[in-house]
Design a protein around this ligand. Sequence first.
Ligand code: CMC
Length: 433
Amino acid sequence: MSDSERKNTLTIRDNRTGRDYEVDVLDGDVIRAMDLRKIKVHDTDFGMMAYDPGFTNTAFTTSRITEVKGGKGILEYRGYPIEQLAGQATYLEVAHLILNGELPNGKELDDFVDDVTFHTYVHENVLTILQGFRYDAHAMGMMISTVAALSTFYPEAKQVDDPENRRIQIVRLLAKMPTLAAFAFRHHKGLPYVYPENGLSYTANFLNMLFRIGGREYEPHPALVRALDVLFVLHADHEQNCSTTAMRVIGSSRVDPYSAMAGAMGALYGPLHGGANEAVLRMLTEIGTTDNIPAFMDSVRRGERRLMGFGHRVYKAYDPRATIIKRAADEVFEVTGRSPLLDIALELEKIALQEEYFVKRNLYPNVDFYSGLIYQAMGFPVELFPVLFAIPRTVGWLAQWEEMVVDREQKIARPRQVFRGHPRRDFVPIELR
Ligand code: CMC
């Protein structure tokens, strides 16, 4: 076809009627779902829709924040490759980038860090809420509830159309998530809460609130603080995943960001998403020794189990985050000693990268495969793993929420369904059923 004949449109032939329809092609290879609506057999028909369970081939939004090129294993925040950010930037620097679109200069970063540090305290009544949880409550359940409860402490957060109001709630959530997580952990342990220490960095302060005992100085090893920062950078955003979509969907009703984020956290908690890091560690513990790997892999091949920490909807190559995490794991193990579960993980990966079942399905390690081993080596209990995903993902959720709120093309999320239920029928009184 010559250039002059080439058009940025798609012609669709409806073989039910023999009619042709021409629809515009946008952004390279996207059509508007609403353009399908004009395809009808009768004028009174509703029109054509696309059926897409799990949104596997539906762009729900445009976005300028994060790009995942799944076939090539590339992840970029605002255009910057994840490898460069993880190697050279702090989490709060990356958070500023994700929220504002550009890397901060020195003054902007200082102001942002000050702002976040200033808001790390939570209202004392939040402690009363935590007291209501059983001693063995899962940290993620406590987090979801307390984040939702924050909406009642900041009722002005309802004013989602006010940019300054949005900004302050974003800073509050970024600042308070580590505090809430540490308090949930201390509740679980029955330990008194350690309040934020504002002279410390974001990650050092978090570790201090978690692990400090009594008046004794707690000095986390700098390599561990840095490793946690790297993990936070890797988890900061991942475009339209399950929890981010939940954030956008809930936020599209114009509810406050605390309520929307509690919903997003619920989505993250599931074992197929952010709960996978916890599931990986439980799986490795259950396998126990490398001798048990063949039987375990047999059950995966039979479809009875999933190899947790493997596979991804978008990546059909090695998840770039997993490569960085694997390197970070070595650095952490130098300080903490090697995890005995590492051998099992390495052997599982070796088998999976060679075996037809996994190769055919493009199943590679994802971000969750090695992160749990690091968290465990650093002393985090397994129930805290999804929380360690939620804290850094807060910035991604909020940046995506902000983008959605100001996007003039967005509307309340309200998908369609293909109804396959009973057609109309008349009510039958109970004595006649
Ligand atoms: N172990 C064994 N088989 C798998 C796995 C796995 N981890 N993942 C996918 N498959 C198989 C699946 O059974 C299916 O096989 P078949 O075609 O024979 O039915 C095929 O691969 C395609 O799987 P799918 O479920 O259609 O793929 P999906 O894109 O809907 O699911 C996933 C993506 C991440 C939910 C899935 O790979 C999975 O369950 N992985 C394990 C959980 C996990 O590690 N989640 C963390 C994801 S990364 C962190 C995050 O951002 O959430």
